[in-house]
Ligand binder design. Sequence first.
Ligand code: MN
Ligand code: MN
Length: 315
Amino acid sequence: VDKQTYVVGHRNPDTDSVCSAIAYAELKSLLGHTGVHPARAGALNPETAFVLAYFGVREPDLLTDAAGLELILVDHNEVGQALPNIEQAHVTEIWEHHRLGDLRLPEPILIHCEPVGATATLIAEQYFTHGITPPRAMAGLLVASILSDTMCFRSPTTTGKDRNLAARLAPLAEVDLDSFGKRLQETRASTGTRRSPAHIVRDDFKEFRIGELRIGIAQVEVMQPQALAGLRPEILREMRALRDSAGLAQVILMITDVQSEASDLWVVGNHLDVFERAFGPLQEGTVHLPGCMSRKKQVVPRLEAAAAGSRLEPA
Ligand code: MN
Ligand code: MN
């Protein structure tokens, strides 16, 4: 039996994780590799479901356990964000745009980690590097991922490479970057406010090891700053339940208002001194951070610095 390989993104998958997996598996097939399949590590969010339907691509197979599988990882490399039992998988490649995480690998493999706005940018670049024009659906999935991850190029994670590749992909996908970007943003923001507190907290939830703490950070995009104010008690209850069940030190919710390019951070848990050193004093359980839109570039590094500082202080 031929060895089967799955390309898979992180848990609580977003558009970049799902679509980069599909497009990279397709590129491998176009390059003549057999037995490479796209997969997902959880349910599709509404934006991703819209993107797959729009370009007529079927949803990839669901994986729930990595043990014994041969995997190519896209869009993540931290154990807390990967499929369960990732240490028992045979990981053969990683394509990434986050910090290097804590996954230990027994042998040298291909790791392409580059601080661009989306993993999809790196996958699109691979198509062109190999002289392969992405088919319409693949170009569509890739450009949607770039628009989604960069919040239509507004996120500070955006690079020239993201803009260049999106501009090359858009005509192949037969979409206009502005109007398609707006449509994706509306899908995200409207579902963000219409959904239950459980969805708001869990749909885009990632776990990080910050110093000696395990901290969960959820992010939700809204169109108006006060969009979630009425749901606050239920959302905080949901955050506490998630913190308890996952055994985390803190759960943080990042409410990002794309229009004003700012985020509110809500937090529950302990070690709140670390949180306040990172972001300033909490006022009624909230900090408001103008200009803050990126979890990986603006929130995680400040928590890391604050946690490192706390270890240096005398007990
Ligand atoms: Mn992602
Ligand atoms: Mn990504």
